[in-house]
Write a protein that binds this ligand. Structure first.
Ligand SMILES: Cc1cc2nc3c(=O)[nH]c(=O)nc-3n(C[C@H](O)[C@H](O)[C@H](O)COP(=O)(O)OP(=O)(O)OC[C@H]3O[C@@H](n4cnc5c(N)ncnc54)[C@H](O)[C@@H]3O)c2cc1C
Length: 580
């Protein structure tokens, strides 16, 4: 007994030193070993199981698995001593132990030293997400993700997963000192399979600019991806994924044909239309509830060349611009090659007009006819023939500020557009956050997009099939002093948009996850049947509730207050399906 206390005390002191000195390497000499506290398998045994159940499909993977197996054997005494000692420590110390174990398992993968530590901490679009972590772990392949997950679950450590870091909700892809952040950036495979018009396999470490560039240059094709190149592949796809031309082939999630993923128990599965079908469906818009995705396979399309222009209109012309916006949205229902959004800012209204030139065809001159006769204050981008890769990269450098998003859906109504614009102006005028800037974007989502998405296999989001707008509001501010006032301004404005839409009888409860605030609950706005599927998939694939209990944040099922009546009916069907 005394021996055990001595080991634990030594470890405690070492960990306290390691976690207290940011910038010094985490190192620990394990002087004695002790048996696991319970009769559960030891960490090294569990890791060996992860490797032996890993199905390596390529020679490289086989070699990796073999190497990894040897490393675990050589380190088993150390790994088990560390994990046993962590049983007597608190949660910040457990996280540090996870970091130490990871640095033994994958040398160089656990980042605790400067300058990389700060680069990792600040690798988010919004400063509100610049949280510390006990360490940032950068796995290089699926097996390392599976092993990292095993360390996390064995120790019971808080964690978060980050792709492109563009979700502005604090704590979703960021974690804090008492947890570890799994940064997926090194899983950046890009490969087209099945011929020149085949599907694209992309790792979650990629951003859309790299994906578009690769496909455009090598194949003259594109996938249904983000409109801004810096956005990460995984968060975009798991949250639905609004493309430039949603009416062509639906949303990003509709176009995923396979998710390779690591489950809570570290097994690796491929979820697609014939295997793990309910998991497949749930991942198409169901967020980070079920697995860590290590590869997405996406349909590709012959879209490369686009025509585009960006105009900035005066506030004085808002009625004409809003009217033209609705007209263009209606035109989009008939012509899926039209891409469009209107971004309302304090200084004016920025309108992005895009047209997919399939087969080299130039812009349809009538596509944006509704804007003829409204003279822009500034032509930000004159009519340009370029590629998707060009336009996705056309956004200027990212400015580091604090940010918070919010979303409301409604059907098309010029009266509502006008009400909302006028409310926006009055909220701006009464702002008590001097450093804050409020803006909103009208994002068209067509009934044609819902139909096109269904043709590709659909998703879990249950989007109503009507022409609608996703009203994405954003507050950005620079001073910490304005945190509360900026948040309040956004929330007040968001609530006002909702009540104005209700008053005009065009409000839609559906919330688009990729633009939603942490104060919202998009999963609750999915259909009862789809929510039931997700709840059942979560129970079946993650019975210990790892993604719900240990994951730091996100649009998680644990926050859903509604257990749907459809659940029991669906559950029986699901269990039947799993058994047969
Ligand atoms: C400038 C800008 C432009 C945007 N444009 C668009 C657009 O055109 N269309 C659109 O739909 N959205 C758009 N968005 C919203 C964006 O899609 C979401 O914020 C999305 O969550 C970002 O994905 P990410 O990988 O960059 O984010 P992250 O912040 O890294 O992750 C977002 C969420 O996904 C989880 N996650 C990350 N990787 C994985 C993984 N491998 N497995 C499981 N879970 C994972 C994280 O834990 C987190 O909960 C835009 C956002 C910004 C800031």
């Amino acid at each position: 007994m005394l021996k055990h206390i001595f080991v634990a005390a030594t470890l405690w002191l070492s960990l306290a030193t390691a976690s207290g000195e940011r910038g010094s390497p985490l190192s620990l000499s394990v002087e004695e070993t002790r048996p696991p506290l319970s009769n559960q398998a030891s960490l090294s045994e569990e890791l060996q199981l992860v490797v032996s159940s890993f199905i390596a499909t390529e020679p490289e993977e086989k070699a990796l698995a073999h190497q990894f197996q040897n490393r675990i054997s050589n380190l088993s005494v150390t790994l088990d001593a560390l994990s046993s000692a962590s049983n007597v420590t608190g949660s910040p110390q457990k996280a540090v132990v996870a970091c130490i174990i990871s640095s033994y398992l994958f040398p160089g993968a656990a980042i605790t030293q400067e300058p990389e530590y700060t680069q990792e901490r600040e690798a988010h679009w919004s400063q509100t997400c610049w949280l510390p972590a006990a360490c940032f772990i950068r796995p290089k392949n699926t097996l390392e993700v599976a092993a990292t997950m095993k360390v996390i679950t064995h120790l019971g450590v808080r964690f978060a997963v980050r792709g492109g870091g563009h979700n502005a909700n604090s704590g979703f892809a960021s974690v804090g000192d008492n947890g570890v952040l799994i940064d997926m950036q090194d899983l950046n495979r890009l490969e087209v399979q099945g011929g020149a018009d085949g599907n694209l396999i992309t790792g979650p470490g990629n951003r859309w600019s790299r994906v578009y560039e690769y496909l455009s240059t090598n194949y003259g094709r594109a996938v249904v991806g983000g409109r801004t190149g810096e956005v990460g592949v995984p968060g975009f796809l798991l949250g639905g994924g609004m493309f430039f031309f949603p009416n062509m082939h639906g949303l990003g999630a509709d176009n995923v044909v396979n998710f390779k993923c690591v489950l809570a128990n570290s097994t690796v599965v491929n979820a697609n239309q014939t295997s793990h079908t309910e998991l497949f469906k749930s991942l198409k818009g169901g967020a980070a509830n079920f697995a860590i995705v290590t590869e997405f396979t996406l349909r590709t399309y012959p879209i490369r060349d686009v025509w585009y222009a960006i105009d900035f209109y005066a506030n004085a012309d808002y009625k004409a611009v809003l009217n033209a916006t609705i007209q263009t949205q209606l035109a989009m229902e008939k012509d899926p090659r039209i891409g469009f959004h209107a971004n309302v800012q304090p200084g004016g209204i920025l309108v992005g007009k895009v047209y997919a030139s399939v087969d080299g065809q130039a812009v349809n001159p009538s596509s944006f006819a509704a804007f003829d006769g409204i003279k822009p204050m500034t032509v930000l981008v004159p009519p340009t023939n370029g590629t998707l890769a060009d336009i996705a990269s056309s956004l200027g450098p990212i400015v580091a500020v604090r940010r918070e998003p919010h979303v409301v859906s409604y059907e098309l109504s010029l009266d509502l557009y006008t009400d909302v614009y006028e409310r926006y102006r009055s909220i701006l005028n009464s702002s008590s956050a001097p450093s804050a800037n409020l803006s909103y974007t009208i994002q068209p989502m067509g009934s044609a997009a819902v139909a096109a998405g269904k043709m590709q296999g659909g998703n879990i989001m249950g989007i109503p099939q009507v022409p609608q707008s996703w009203h994405a509001s954003l507050v950005e501010w620079s001073s910490l002093d304005d945190d509360q006032a900026a948040h309040d301004m956004l929330q007040t404005y968001g609530a006002d948009v909702k009540s104005l839409a209700e008053a005009r009888n065009v409000y839609l409860p559906y919330q688009f996850m990729n633009d939603a605030s942490y104060t919202q609950n998009p999963l609750e706005t999915y259909t009862a049947e789809n929510l039931a599927i997700m709840q059942d998939v979560s129970s079946a694939y993650d019975p210990a509730g790892i993604f719900q209990r240990l994951q730091n944040g996100g649009f998680l099922l644990r926050n859903v207050r509604r257990r749907t009546p459809a659940r029991s009916v669906h559950h029986k069907r699901f269990l039947h399906h799993k058994r047969h």
